[in-house]
Design a binder for this molecule. Structure first.
Ligand SMILES: [Fe+2]
Length: 231
């Protein structure tokens, strides 16, 4: 229900590169769900998570899985890909981020909070010239805080030049794709992000749920009608 092929075949590639871009990996059902979210956001039918509005950069919306089986199959696929036990995979964050028109083209790179052992991006809408960039030339020390950590760059650093370094990995991504990387240990950022809509699901195998979004998800399954839980 979540993916259209076994993610396990890409495990060694993820281990070697620390990031992975899998094109057309999502099932039609998952892709259609993202399209529905995208349309609801455009039409103003979805409530924004007010406390996560970042003025001048992005709006954020909470993503819910279709059902318990959708959630279970998602974790099963990620278990095959990462080698972590399925039941240990905690969803530390599940936000659809919509980047504002005034978002800067070349922001200072950041690492995600510690609960983002892996950050997984599912593009919903990506303008032609936007890219998510990984900057392996910067520190690889884990961010041990439960908030984002921004790169401490030398004074006068030209940010556009920084992203043009030969070592930088740049990926556009389209709906149906999945981009996974070690969010709390790799500096990254999306450049020319204005107009992008992307679902970010951040996972860890340490039981870290700093926003309570994993617990809230499990509670929502308990309240679902039996047929939604079974299908
Ligand atoms: Fe991030």
């Amino acid at each position: 229900m979540s993916f259209n092929r076994d993610l396990g075949q890409h495990r060694s590639q993820l281990e070697n590169q620390n990031y992975l871009h899998l094109e057309n990996i999502l099932s039609d059902r998952f892709t259609n769900l993202l399209k529905i979210y995208g349309r609801q956001i455009v039409d103003g039918e979805l409530d924004e998570i007010e406390e996560w509005h970042i003025p001048g950069k992005k709006r954020q919306f909470l993503f819910d899985f279709l059902s318990k089986p959708h959630f279970d199959q998602f974790r099963e696929g990620l278990s095959h890909l990462t080698g972590e036990h399925q039941d240990a995979i905690t969803i530390g964050e599940r936000h659809i981020k919509v980047y504002l028109d005034e978002a800067p083209d070349f922001p200072v790179p950041h690492m995600d909070r510690q609960a983002a052992q892996y950050t997984i991006g599912f593009p919903i809408h990506v303008p032609e010239d936007s890219r998510v960039c990984f900057l392996p030339q910067l520190s690889r020390n884990e961010n041990t805080k439960q908030c984002a950590s921004y790169a401490d760059l030398p004074a006068g650093t030209d940010l556009e030049d920084l992203y043009e370094d030969d070592q930088v990995v740049s990926i556009k991504g389209n709906i149906g794709d999945m981009i996974i990387f070690q969010g709390s240990t790799i500096f990254h950022e999306r450049i020319r992000s204005a107009g992008c809509s992307i679902l970010y699901i951040k996972i860890n195998a340490a039981g870290q749920d700093p926003l309570g979004e994993h617990a809230k998800l499990l509670a929502s399954f308990a309240n679902m009608p039996a047929d939604a839980v079974a299908n």
